[in-house]
Design a protein around this ligand. Sequence first.
Ligand code: ATP
Length: 354
Amino acid sequence: MNMTSPGSVVFENVRKTFGAFVAVPDLSLTIEPGTLVTLLGPSGCGKTTTLRMLAGLEHPSAGRILIGGKDVTMLPANERDVSMVFQSYALFPHMTALDNVTYGLESSGVKRKEARERAEDGLTLVGLAGMGSRLPAELSGGQQQRVAVARALVLGPQVLLLDEPLSNLDARLRRRVRTEIRELQQRLGFTAVYVTHDQDEALAVSDRIIIMKEGQIAQQGAPRELYDAPASAFIADFMGEANVVSCDVVGIEGDNATINVEGLEHRVPGRNVRVGSAQLAIRPNAITLAPRQSTSPFNGQITHAAYLGDHVEYEVKTTSGTLFVVDAVVETPFAPLTDVAIGFKERGIAIIGG
Ligand code: ATP
């Protein structure tokens, strides 16, 4: 990978302090050109600070930031070749959609006629052809955010930065606009850095996800890698729900391990795993329940059942007292206090450490 190509981003040992408070202790990361990378993490983990340092709205206390191979660490925002889409859209309320998009181009030196043409193209790109003469107040929230995306895109930045761009939209619209942003990014091939605290959104739009915790990278990878092979209980729980339980690793064969949970043996993927006690993350839909047989090794009792339309969510207490959350099909429901045999499916179970 050539990290001097246009659209690439590199953070080298970046630190950011606010007075005595260390928001980002020492962050190094690389983003490949043409990819959409999401910074994901709980509130206060440093996502926005990281994005703002990339935008030039904050400057690192130490370390370097490179965009397209160029050191931009101390450059002001308008000299960085990035544009940002904000949560609040930040449109001028007294200007039409077209004027809002034209304005940014004119301020960066594009002549009026060309600016208007490019702005028209930008609005067409985001599906707002013919709506250029409306004021922001005459557009829906989703349409306003599309104007903001058009305004950022027409500048032709090396990197588009999106700071929680969907959080002011209702759930249905959020889904639609996120698909539109992802399609646009893939079609035009620009680099995008996307900040969210919503894991579904991150899974849906990203090539790669960087999960942050206390200003540091907790884990990064493709959405599927993070979901299937979480490195810690924090990641497992953050990327969807997980039951975290103790187990024994009783055998290792190549990249697989055999684990034993309360008498039930199962093969799971397991690189760099040692025989002995370990922690396991089990997705609620990776557990099977069946009527209890006298021979079943791993048993429990239903303590709670909630019908959720497309599945039933059970709480099951195992013989040793561990509580599992289990998502199961609606077809054969179990009533509370039913004794059940617990089994595991092929996928959805990962060893997360010893
Ligand atoms: P959220 O999802 O709530 O926006 P975040 O992950 O984006 O959170 P940041 O906004 O980057 O988190 O903040 C990281 C930490 O730095 C927080 O503890 C925050 O209080 C602190 N912080 C951010 N900006 C400043 C500032 N200007 N002065 C002092 N502390 C700040």
